[in-house]
Design a protein around this ligand. Structure first.
Ligand code: UD1
Ligand code: CA
Length: 490
């Protein structure tokens, strides 16, 4: 049993071996099972994050099925992990054998984990290692009492009750009816003595229901040699669940999300509706940030103190300054200054930087755009490749035309400049400090500071046109009424 020895310190294991070569047929996907994502990380990424908390000497991932995807994923997201190839999936014992062929015999503690248990915490693995080393076992198995143990390997204890040493693990398919009654299951995480593991794996056979080399058979082999096999029983069976299909993936995602939300709420973040809020594991937030319903925070998004995000917003890799607000918006790689306001229905794209108290309002899209302190882009505007000075005002419907079909150009708007509604600013172009553009202008030439540029057709008014051209129409009737009602002296 787990006999937690107070004060006993787990060593750094020689290696953690993560099994990720299996086919995962039940996912029904062209993507490798272990690369399916939850809360901003792949299943494998979560497993590796837990493994890293043990600070192992080597981090080895056994790859096989769709290994080109897994190897590329490791190169990008986990360069500290090495991969060991298992050409054919000959079972979990065979997989560990392939890993050890690559590393050579390992001395000290070797931890083996299945790659499809994204909820398992590093702390639980550390407890397993502490129990293993504290009890002086040859192997220690992480176990739990599953409400429904179907499919799992069952833990057989020596006579003497629930605390007795472990005798063997019997796979569900190989178990007798009586053995299937056992609720204590093999989670799929183990701590081994490295040298004894190498030796025992040579003696594992394929004489079983699946015709595979079972890693679990190592337990009975080591017992047969007179070594001690133990179990570390964890009472949180939810954390130990594996993911084999998309139903379980969704369940695991919900569990992990709950855990992330709870961490933020305990740290002082207000989350109004946890049921409709999704936050990735690497998102950070200060106390008194508020997240309103229907909001998703992805990647490295950060919320400063008092920031209010939502409802209905999706932020990716975006920083939201103190007391800023973001409503019903999508923000990607944006930096939102303190007290700035965004939304509703605003799309901030990469390279957007809103200064303090700046505003990006309804139906505004920005990209590579710097909006100065207190500057306002309140309605229906596209701002691409632009700098907008502090206190400037961009009228409704303005378009920053930054693209000529081949190249992109910048527009610069000075401090306290005023761009009239429905202007088209054809880049490259500059409006100087305090400069104006008249509503409806198509601006192609620089506007000096303090000038107004008017670039639109003159208005021509033709009196009486309607009554001449549409004499019987309702338009003409309205016009006549208006004329007749006009006081004579006007
Ligand atoms: C395994 C255990 C079972 C345990 C269960 C927990 C064995 C024989 N049985 O069963 O006792 O209760 O996990 O989830 O180990 N893999 C490889 N190469 C292979 C085969 C599998 O890398 O040749 C990997 C898979 O990708 C997976 C892990 O090993 O990550 C477990 O394999 P899986 O086939 O899911 O084992 P189970 O039958 O679930
Ligand atoms: Ca499994």
């Amino acid at each position: 049993m787990s006999a937690r020895r107070p004060g006993s310190q787990a060593s750094r294991p020689a290696a953690v071996i993560v099994l990720a070569a299996g086919e995962g047929t039940r996912m029904k996907s062209r993507t490798s099972k272990v690369l399916h994502e939850l809360c901003g990380r792949s299943m494998l990424g979560h497993t590796l994050a837990a493994a890293r908390e043990l600070e192992p000497g080597r981090l080895v991932v056994v790859v096989g099925h769709r290994r080109e995807q897994v190897v590329a994923h490791l190169a990008e997201h986990a360069p500290d992990a090495e991969s060991a190839v298992q050409e054919r999936q000959g079972g979990t014992g065979h997989a560990v054998r392939m890993a050890l062929e690559q590393t050579g015999e390992l001395h000290g503690t070797v931890v083996v984990t299945n790659g499809d248990h994204p909820l398992l915490r590093g702390e639980t693995l550390a407890e397993l290692v502490r129990a293993h080393e504290g009890d002086g076992n040859a192997v220690t198995i992480l176990t739990t009492l599953m409400p429904d143990a179907t499919g799992y390997g069952r833990i057989l204890r020596e006579s003497g009750g629930a605390d007795a040493p472990v005798a063997a693990i019997v796979e569900h398919k190989d178990a007798t009816d009586a053995q299937r009654e056992i609720r204590e299951i093999n989670v799929g995480m183990y701590a081994f003595d490295g040298a004894l593991l190498s030796d025992a794996l040579k003696r594992v056979t394929t004489d079983n229901a699946k015709g595979e080399e079972y890693l679990t058979d190592v337990v009975a082999i080591l017992r047969g040699d007179g070594h001690r096999a133990g179990a570390h029983l964890t009472d949180d069976w939810v954390e130990t669940q594996g993911v084999n299909d998309k139903v379980q993936l969704a369940q695991a995602r919900r569990q992990l999300n709950d855990r992330v939300l709870e961490r933020h709420m305990r740290a002082g973040v207000t989350i109004v509706d946890p049921a409709t809020t999704w936050i990735d594991v690497d998102v950070t937030a200060e106390a008194d940030a508020v997240v309103l319903p229907g909001t998703q925070l992805h990647g490295t998004t950060h919320l400063d103190e008092g920031a209010v995000v939502g409802p209905g917003s999706t932020l990716t890799d975006t920083r939201v300054g103190a007391d800023a607000t973001v409503a019903n918006s999508v923000c990607l790689g944006a930096e939102i200054g303190p007290e700035a306001t965004v939304g509703p229905f605003t799309y901030l794209r990469p390279g957007t930087r809103l200064g303090r108290k700046a505003k990006a309002g309804a139906y505004v899209e920005t990209k590579n755009a710097e909006v100065g302190e207190g500057a306002k882009v309140p309605h229906l505007t596209y701002v691409g490749d632009a700098t907008i000075g502090e206190g400037a005002n961009i009228g409704a419907g303005t378009i920053f035309a930054n693209y000529d079909g081949e190249n992109k150009f910048r527009t610069e708007i000075g401090d306290h400049a005023f761009v009239g509604s429905n202007s088209v600013l054809i880049a490259p172009v500059t409006v100087g400090d305090g400069g104006f553009t008249a509503a409806g202008s198509a601006i192609t030439k620089d506007v000096p500071p303090g000038a107004i540029a008017v670039a639109r057709g003159q208005q021509r008014t033709i009196e009486g046109w309607v009554e001449r051209k549409r004499p019987e129409s309702r338009f003409a009737e309205a016009a006549r009424r208006a004329r007749d009602e006009r006081p004579d002296d006007e």
